[in-house]
Design a protein around this ligand. Sequence first.
Ligand SMILES: Cc1ncc(COP(=O)(O)O)c(C=O)c1O
Length: 425
Amino acid sequence: MAVKTAVRPPEFSALGRRAAPPTIARLMTAALESPGLLSLAAGFTDSASLPVDFVTNAAARLAARPETPEFLQYGTNQGRPLLRRLLAQLIDTEEGWAPGHTSEREIFITNGSQQALFLAMQVLCDPGDLVLVDRPSYFVFLEMLRGLGLEARSLPTDSAGKLDRAALARLLDHIAHGPDRARLKAVYFVSYFSNPSGRSLDETEKTDLAQALAARGIFAPVIEDAAYRQLGFDGHSPSRSILALDAWQPFPRLYTSTLTKPFATGLKVGYGCCSDEAWRSRMLHAKGHHDFGTANFAQALLEEVLADGSFARHLDTIRGVYARKCAALDEALRSAGLRELGWRWTRPAGGLYLWLEAPPGVDTTLDGPFFHACLREGVLYVPGDLCFGDAPEHNRVRLSFGVLAPDLLAAAAERFVAAARSLSR
Ligand SMILES: Cc1ncc(COP(=O)(O)O)c(C=O)c1O
């Protein structure tokens, strides 16, 4: 008879002990477990316009090639050379450079741009270090910082969400002349149609930030997260990136972007372009420890769609789709009377999100009264306090118009406003 022995729990590392359940997973589970719930929370893309035909055609072309199907074999750690070349060309176009300006050597392919962000933090920071982040910022990145034992400090913004130069000067003086100077290891911001604010930083703001850092001798590595750059509704990129702006040239620079949001999230391919060879090499060494290469087949499919123009055609389609969905959600919230209840927001020019400010005193945090009112009405959102590196505001809400169809967006908006009205009574 088998003797039953008690299983001893493993002893976790500091990293393991810090790993908290990601909020996004909790919100996604809530949405999946309640079929009637309409989720404005997850940053999923539009399902109806996913590029099934483009991917099918690309796969058929790959399968018809006479040579061995190398795309079903392991690839390289840094990523497929042709895909890196095509992405270098894409960056050249976006920055207004002549072809050949960006070298494919600087580009590396990752498992979503999320992996590039993780690699960057993993090789730069030790527990206890400090990272400057935009305000508000991408909450999954902020959770990652906490998981790595890092502290986030917000770059100050004014009431319009623009970089507040006077407050920034005070913050940087404080850092430059105190013990935080040695702990500061990186600067991070989402600069195009941001998650969550929908705002883009203009070139003056980006340049001001670089100059304010440089004036104090702070040349910390900078990460510009351009995940939504291609999702401007009119097809224009609002500004050049840190790769091109003069003021950022003395800094080690990592530009991250992705092929998930503008094409297919299911392929989960992202990329980084890093100007600093030593930093790039370290990240690639760490990537070797993660997975020694992003899925080769997904990369090969993306080579095909970038090279034959179907990526660009798909972008044209989804820009219109998101412009219409953004308008549908915005208008449904207005016509249901949310403004009259004292809520404020501006309609973004791209991206996937509306960023709402509730009247002071309305608590929108997870498990707070407004969150529960929304659950009762059958609608889900991302509590905005999760999107702050420090000093969170508790009356903010992020709504995504990416995944629901326009009629469901309108229904979700009505539920949302019903929840707001129930609390204002
Ligand atoms: C600002 C931002 N950066 C990076 C990512 C990561 O995306 P992916 O890993 O799909 O490239 C996301 C995803 O939502 C995001 O919103």
